[in-house]
Design a protein around this ligand. Structure first.
Ligand code: MTE
Length: 320
């Protein structure tokens, strides 16, 4: 967990065209996001250089993007939590290539008027793709800044028309034992399941993600689709989703069942509520220099203005 990766690829003299194109794209995006304190567009561009895979672009959504330097493609795709492939941060990149992502279907069902199974191609076309730069804060006290490509989950939920009884939404993720060396270990009761309250699921920040850095999502990051819920610890954002279910009763998630004293339903980022085994007051930004100071963790991961009202009147030290 605490291994450091110092960027290994220096700015190179020979720049292949696709890299140069990426740089141009990033210059455009950074310009659209405005001038960034301490990080000019060139810094953005340098960090996208290593991205690979088929393109999947989205309109820059500056309103929902943070003004921070994105973590490099290399770090985002090689320092991962995806326990189905193993518990080492390098395991997902090593093994996730074996996961079969085509064909892929997602069942959206439960307390809805129009249950439906969507093919991945239909899902990709359901709403306009946006690019949003979100913070990702892991419960293990590290963080990244990630340029996701996707659209709000609410766009999908609206299609199936949740009934008045739909108070929560569960997300079941893929289970492919032959491709997933990690599921032989009963760390959690597979498949990995997460859940949100309906208003959290419908919040405009809750993103259904299909891409990263303008490319189709790599398997280790949750291909072909995952969630990004930026004000919650990263484990709430299930990867490689196969079933979305609207339900009336408050569900349990995999981590709540595995370790109920450590992981609650809400999992809102909260520097004042330590994990029973470590502090949540600060975080290590992946990719920062080894001597760089730790970053102070902010309530709701800095998204309080947008989401604090969802929890008005709740005691967030009890509902952690
Ligand atoms: N989804 C599944 N299916 N399996 C997992 O182990 N790990 C979670 C979340 N989604 C996980 C998952 C955790 S703990 C984090 S921090 C994020 O994915 C990490 O996403 P990233 O690897 O793209 O940074």
């Amino acid at each position: 967990m605490s291994r450091f990766r110092i960027p290994r690829v220096p700015a190179t003299e020979i720049t292949p065209e696709h890299v140069w194109m990426d740089r141009r794209r990033w210059l455009g995006r950074a310009a659209a996001l405005g001038a960034l304190a301490g990080a000019g567009p060139a810094a953005f561009a340098a960090r996208a250089d290593e991205s690979t895979g088929p393109a999947l672009e989205g309109r820059t959504n500056a309103e929902f993007s943070v003004m921070e330097k994105p973590t490099s493609w290399r770090d985002i795709t090689s320092y991962n939590n995806f326990y189905e492939f193993g518990t080492d941060k390098g395991d997902p990149r090593r093994h996730a290539g074996r996961m079969v992502t085509e064909p892929w279907a997602v069942a959206v069902e439960g307390e809805v008027l129009k249950p439906r199974t969507f093919d991945i191609d239909a899902l990709r076309k359901l709403a306009p793709m946006e690019e949003r730069i979100y913070r990702l804060r892991c419960v293990e006290a590290w963080s990244m800044v990630v340029p996701w490509v996707g659209y709000p989950l609410s766009e999908l939920l609206r299609q199936v028309e949740p009934t008045g009884n739909a108070r929560y939404v569960t997300f079941e993720t893929a289970l492919q034992p032959e491709a997933m060396p990690g599921v032989g270990r009963r760390i959690i009761d597979w498949p990995y399941v997460e859940a949100l309250r309906m208003d959290e699921a419908m919040h405009p920040l809750t993103l259904l993600v299909f891409g990263l850095y303008g490319k189709v999502l790599p398997n280790q990051n949750g291909a072909p689709l995952r969630l990004a819920v930026p004000w919650k610890y990263g484990f709430k954002s299930g990867k490689s989703i196969v079933r979305i279910r609207c339900v009336e009763e408050k569900p349990s998630s995999s981590w709540m069942v595995a370790a109920p004293t450590e992981y609650g339903f809400y999992a809102n980022v909260n520097p004042d509520v330590p994990h029973p085994r470590w502090s949540q007051a600060t975080e290590r930004r992946i990719g920062d220099h080894i001597l760089a100071p730790r970053v102070k963790t902010r309530m709701f991961n800095g998204y309080g203005e947008q989401v604090a009202s969802l929890y008005a009147g709740m005691d967030l030290s009890r509902d952690f």
